[in-house]
Ligand binder design. Structure first.
Ligand code: AMP
Length: 588
């Protein structure tokens, strides 16, 4: 496929305001590709240069993109800078300057998608002194062979600002439509994605060996598995009933989820976060322990990393564990804030895939694979057959300063990437009014009045993720809880992802001063969930009212870097919490 053709599809994607239409456009686009190029097309569409957990982006700085546009069109860099100041979009500038280019290239070569992908990879992998000139040269070469529309997307992609708004679920649906003939086979594609977290791989497999091939994708070392998630229920009785009278009950540690992949022969250990970010650098101590405390040649296990007080042995709050996330002084921090990894699941060992084995078997295998007495421990647990046992264990956990418990269905398989009742959490916070926090995605912002205009930020329009529709729905305006410092840094981050119109995957009846790309998560506390016609969260064709938060305030220290937009609290969870809230009131 020529990059020009891909660009035409991107124009259509940008123009549509319907998610279903997005699926159709993407599906059309995929059907035009040959197997060798499908993964490049998917990665480019996602704005990356490989599976998103590798996080490889081109990362060209604006200044260099400006120079490249000037060189490729025969203008002065100042002309480009001026135009950029006006439009705020270097992609549009590139388009404009290539259109009115003063240079006539004699040997204009039509670039394919794969050509562009390779050149971008080359830019990303060029480093060291003097590398900037090399990067600009590659960019100029691409631009001089491009049409105006192609240059728009080349520049946006190089800057990491493609923002087509197609989320993973939308791409999956389009793949299903393309390679299985309809959206109905979506679960097969979803399942494969949950296992390998690599949409390029899923697309390539579909294109080469069809749905049957996709169904055969298995766990692979160093490709993170999308983590299983927990449902919630209000009482120990409800949990026991749902579990059929018997279940395992584990302590719930409030740290960072860590999926550890280790290959002894390959001398390699990697750790992935809940949202599949590579966090290996944060935990050199866990990597070391993986080699010395695990009795296997290769393994994928999961646990919660949490820092503790070296002297008293008490656990430290999440805010302290997350301090390990830093670029410099990692070694010092790891001494200052020692961690334990409380392992709770085993998905793969020595070539054997354990995903479909029952929980109890995976746990037993985990206990025999790890020594358990060093840095890596096992999550504490009991097997409960009565609500009283669960209740006591819960109270005990809370007294120890833990977050609560996670009950686990002993016969359940590992359900990658989904919130299912095979894991049910009970947190201390459900016991009163709504004191459980919510992770909301910022959809837009307001400029505010008075002193707040100084920061360019007066409030946020925040939303939740609707998993079944793959859309973001508004649930609250948030105007309080910000410190001055937070306001100015949030304002800056949001200005950089501002959009000119509401994105196709956002549903809203209110309009903020500025829309932003759904990207950042903030943690919010509220007093209550209420019904409201102002918000689209949970709104259906039959009901006029959605759900909204009463007295929302920000509690996270700015943006939550460990979560991505689709990790936000879901619409389904809000409705469940609304119902829980009513039950608690009635029982009180
Ligand atoms: P939540 O983030 O509130 O939905 O709770 C689920 C999270 O609890 C998981 O993603 C883990 O990071 C964390 N967690 C802590 N302890 C456990 C445990 N024993 N089993 C499973 N998850 C746990």
């Amino acid at each position: 496929m020529l990059f020009d053709e891909l660009s035409q599809y991107y124009v259509k994607l940008e123009e549509t305001s319907s998610r279903l239409e997005m699926v159709d456009i993407l599906s059309d686009m995929f059907s035009r590709a040959v197997p060798e190029e499908i993964s490049s097309i998917i990665y480019i569409t996602q704005g990356v240069l490989g599976p998103s957990f590798e996080g490889l982006q081109v990362g060209v700085a604006e200044k260099f993109a400006e120079s490249a546009i000037a060189m490729a069109s025969g203008y002065h860099a100042e002309d480009v800078v001026k135009a950029f100041r006006k439009s705020g979009d270097l992609g549009l500038c590139a388009e404009e300057f290539i259109k009115k280019s003063k240079l006539r290239s004699l040997s204009k070569k039509q670039l394919s998608v794969v050509d562009i992908f390779r050149s971008m990879l080359k830019i990303a992998n060029t480093s060291g002194t003097g590398s900037q000139a090399g990067k600009i040269k590659i960019l100029v070469e691409m631009l001089t062979s491009s049409s105006p529309i192609e240059s728009r997307y080349i520049i946006r992609f190089a800057l990491g600002k493609l923002r087509l708004g197609a989320g993973d679920a939308t791409i999956i649906e389009a793949l299903s439509k393309t390679y299985a003939g309809s959206r109905n086979s979506k679960p097969i594609f979803e399942n494969a994605y949950n296992i390998c977290s690599d949409l390029g791989k899923v697309g390539e497999t579909a294109s080469k060996s069809g749905v049957i091939g996709v169904g055969k994708i298995r766990v692979t070392l160093f490709s993170p598995i999308r983590p299983a998630l927990a449902e919630r229920l209000p009482t120990a009785e409800n949990i026991l009933e749902k579990m059929g009278g018997k279940c395992a009950v584990e302590s719930k540690y409030d740290g960072l989820r860590a999926q550890v992949h280790m290959s002894r022969g390959g001398r390699r250990a990697r750790i992935f976060s809940r949202n599949l970010e590579d966090i290996t650098e944060m935990f050199p101590d866990i990597c070391k322990a993986a080699f010395s405390e695990i009795k296997a040649d290769s393994i994928i296990l999961e646990g919660e990393a949490i820092s503790y007080d070296d002297i008293t042995g008490e656990f430290r709050p999440f805010q302290e564990t997350i301090q390990r996330k830093r670029k410099h002084g990692v070694q010092e921090k790891s001494e200052e804030l020692p961690v334990h990894l409380f392992a709770f699941d085993l998905m793969y060992i020595d070539g054997e895939d354990l995903m479909a084995k029952p929980y109890e078997e995976r746990r037993k295998r985990l206990e025999s694979a790890v020594s358990g007495a060093g840095l890596i421990r096992f999550s504490n647990r009991i097997i409960a057959t009565s609500a009283k046992q669960i209740e006591e264990y819960f109270n005990n956990a809370v007294e120890q300063g833990l977050e609560g418990i996670v009950a686990k269905d002993m016969g359940s398989v590992y359900v990658a990437g989904a919130r299912k009742f095979s894991w049910i959490k009970l947190k201390r916070s459900y016991r009163g009014e709504l004191s459980d926090t919510l992770d909301l995605v910022i959809l837009g912002y307001y400029l505010g009045k008075g002193q707040r205009t100084e920061f360019g930020l007066g409030g946020l329009l925040a939303g939740v993720y609707n998993e079944s529709k793959d859309t973001f729905e508004t649930v609250s305006k948030i105007g309080t809880g910000f410190s001055e410092k937070q306001m100015s840094s949030l304002g800056k981050s949001l200005r950089a992802i501002r959009l000119t119109k509401m994105p196709a995957r956002v549903e809203s009846v209110v309009a903020p001063d500025f829309w932003v790309e759904p990207k950042y998560i903030v943690t919010v506390r509220a007093d209550e969930i209420t019904r409201s016609p102002m918000h689209t969260c949970g709104k259906t064709q039959q009901s006029d009212a959605g759900y909204a938060l009463r007295f929302p305030r920000l509690v996270s220290d700015g943006i939550r870097t460990d979560k991505s937009a689709e990790d936000a609290t879901t619409t389904k969870e809000i409705i469940e919490m609304f119902n829980l809230q009513r039950k608690v009131r009635v029982s009180k």
